[in-house]
Design a binder for this molecule. Structure first.
Ligand code: PGA
Length: 253
């Protein structure tokens, strides 16, 4: 299980520090649940400094696919590693929608992240219109293959997928546990085709899209839901920690 907070373009340095500090001080031993804070680039170093030595890891929300060079305004995988990041969100629907991210650019970034020892959290998910037309499974399968085709299995815990139906992100609408489970099982089948069935069984597939304390238990108890990518509910310590606790309950046999 993995619970990742996606802070998106929110907070200032002082509130980011407060949030990371209070999550760290209030988090009891999360056991097998991994906790990752995906902060804006400019806060990564500070957040890492605050959580270093605790069970909490730090992730970025995007990166560039090249090693270095004349790419004004961009951030490389090795830069992220040098400030303590272990994870990076790639292909978030907001990047696809507003910044021209494509399956191909996501794939290039996945390859680069893995090469540098960063765990890519690869986001996939259909638009409402695509779901209404009955195309959700095909869209998500295309995104999974597009991001991972030809990528060698990086090893246990080194690749994470996040299913985020675009219609559920920041809208308060959530996929029902059954809808989410069905799509997660479909994603796992796609992953079995790309890697082996055994490897696919061990890849964490997170659900994202208005996951909150009130729905976390139901979502996280589904067999193919292995955690959450949390936007709105990660901007305050209390709801975020309550989702982490739901994951701890769900991880118990
Ligand atoms: P949300 O965002 O929890 O606010 O819906 C999730 C995400 O976009 O990662």
């Amino acid at each position: 299980m993995l619970i990742a907070g996606n802070w998106k373009m929110n907070l200032d340095m002082s509130t980011a520090r407060q949030l990371a500090g209070s999550i760290r001080s209030s988090l009891e031993d999360p056991g097998p649940v991994e906790v990752v804070l995906c902060a804006p680039f400019v806060y990564l170093d500070a957040v890492y400094g605050l959580v270093h030595g605790s069970p909490i890891s730090v992730g970025a929300q995007n990166m560039h696919a090249e090693d270095a060079g004349a790419y004004t305004g961009e951030i490389s995988a090795s830069m992220l590693r040098s400030v303590g990041c272990s994870h990076v969100i790639l292909g978030h629907s907001e990047r696809r929608q507003y910044f021209g991210e494509t399956d191909k650019s996501v794939r290039d970034k996945v390859v680069q992240a893995v090469r540098h020892g960063l765990v890519p959290v690869v986001c996939v998910g259909e638009l409402l219109d695509e779901r209404d037309k009955g195309e959700a499974e095909a869209v998500v399968a295309r995104q999974v293959r597009g991001a991972l085709e030809g990528v060698a299995y990086p090893g246990r815990g080194k690749l994470v997928i996040a299913y985020e139906p675009v219609w559920a992100i920041g809208t308060g609408r959530t996929a029902s546990p059954e809808q989410a489970q069905a799509m997660h099982a479909h994603i796992r089948t796609e992953l079995s085709g790309l890697f082996s069935e055994g490897d696919a069984a061990r890849i964490d597939i997170l659900y994202g899209g208005s996951m909150k304390p009130a729905n976390a238990d139901d979502l996280l108890s589904q067999p193919d839901i292995n955690g959450g990518l949390i936007g709105g509910a990660s901007l305050e310590a209390a709801p975020f920690l309550s989702i982490v606790r739901a994951a701890m309950r769900a991880d118990r046999p």
